[in-house]
Design a protein around this ligand. Structure first.
Ligand code: PMP
Length: 361
């Protein structure tokens, strides 16, 4: 991997005139002007560059279109009030990208190179980082581009990184600290099975969740909670976030057993919760037991966590059968809010970074 050998030809564009007001930016539709891109051919990565974003031209028989050989990551750059630009635990994303690549029979991207590549891009497009609570969302992606029909791993790949100036992830919560989401409990579909790809960021995992997400929307839910694929009715995770249940001063979250994504926010929440004196148990959670505890008031909070939304309260679980379980008072509970404030505080430089998670550009 040719570390630091990245050609930089930025677009001669200015962010002046671009509306970077976090309250106005929708998540996922505004892009920075440049991308990082590298091509894998003849056994190595080559032609690594930062340049104006281009459309990709591929033969219709490219492996990615037929067999879905594709992985991605999601992370953010934060603009601090003192003008510094920070990344949060970028090596964790780099290592997870490497694990995803290996699982999907794709060539490795050296984690050091991965971080250098995204830093080169974020530096180039730093004008596009909105102020807090906005962030620059970063989307590294790799796909198999060889032209060939027939099920086999591609011999050629594209690795690229996009940046997106972003406001709040959920329209319904906005930047509000007490905003909550409603979650549809998938009882007849699952997203991952033992030995599958649930613990890596394969695009295929998301493709198979789309049908259930659309079903959830019909029931007024913006997210789906998936259960295990063996009919044990154990909680796994949301379509794009990990999940925690709160009982007094104790947090419960499913263990990393191979079918859920090891979220970097999940890991950070566990550490921050312990710092705050809370107990955390990584243990199987039976959805029916949890529903009972929520209805009886013994369990008071449920929250989801991930890079995009950080920590967000869940106000209601909607089952396929039509059963609805309301959580607490219908607003984000105290533990949820405290964890969100602490994590965002670290990310935006307001709270001491005692774990060494911040990487200043
Ligand atoms: N689970 C899934 C399925 C996800 O897509 C994500 C987002 N990457 C997460 C959990 C949360 O992971 P992270 O905290 O690293 O963003």
């Amino acid at each position: 991997m040719p570390t630091l050998d990245i050609q930089i030809t930025p677009r001669q564009a200015s962010a002046a005139g671009v509306n970077l007001d976090p309250a106005k930016l929708e998540f996922g539709t505004t892009f920075g002007p440049d991308w990082f891109v590298s091509e894998y051919r003849h056994g190595h990565w080559q032609n690594s560059r930062v340049e104006p974003v281009q459309n990709i031209s591929l033969h219709p028989a490219a492996i990615v279109f037929h067999y879905g050989q594709s992985i991605f990551e999601g992370m953010k750059a934060y603009r601090w009030v003192n003008g510094k630009v920070a990344l949060f635990r970028p090596m964790e994303n780099a290592r997870r990208f490497a694990r995803s690549a290996e699982r999907m029979a794709m060539p490795p991207v050296d984690p050091e190179f991965f971080v250098e590549a995204l830093k080169a891009l974020v530096r180039t497009d730093r004008e596009w980082i909105p102020r807090e609570p906005g962030t620059l969302y970063i989307r590294p992606t790799m796909m198999g581009t060889e032209t060939a029909i027939g099920v086999h791993a591609s011999g050629e790949f594209l690795f690229f990184i996009l940046v997106l100036p972003s406001g709040a992830y959920f329209k319904e919560t906005g930047a509000s600290a007490t905003g909550t989401v409603t979650v549809y409990v998938a009882e007849t579909t699952s997203r991952a099975a033992a030995g599958g790809t649930g613990d890596v960021k394969a695009s295929a995992n998301y493709a198979i969740s789309l049908h259930t997400i659309e079903e959830g929307k019909k029931h007024g839910c913006s997210q789906v909670l998936f259960l295990d694929s063996n009919g044990r009715r154990e909680v796994e995770e949301l379509g794009g976030m990990n999940v925690f249940f709160v009982e007094k001063d104790t947090l419960y979250t499913p263990p990393l057993n191979g079918t859920i994504l090891p979220g970097i926010t999940r890991d950070s929440v566990i550490q921050v919760a312990r710092d705050l004196g809370l107990k955390v148990h990584e243990t199987p959670i039976q959805i029916d037991e949890a529903a009972e505890k929520l209805e009886s008031g013994r369990m008071t909070e449920v929250f989801a966590c991930g890079t995009a939304a950080v920590v967000v309260g869940i106000r209601e679980l909607v089952f396929e059968t039509g059963r609805r379980v309301v959580v607490g008072e219908g607003v984000s509970g105290e533990v949820t809010r405290k964890l969100n404030a602490e994590l965002q505080g670290i990310q935006f430089g307001r709270v001491a970074d005692k774990h060494g998670w911040i990487d200043i550009l």
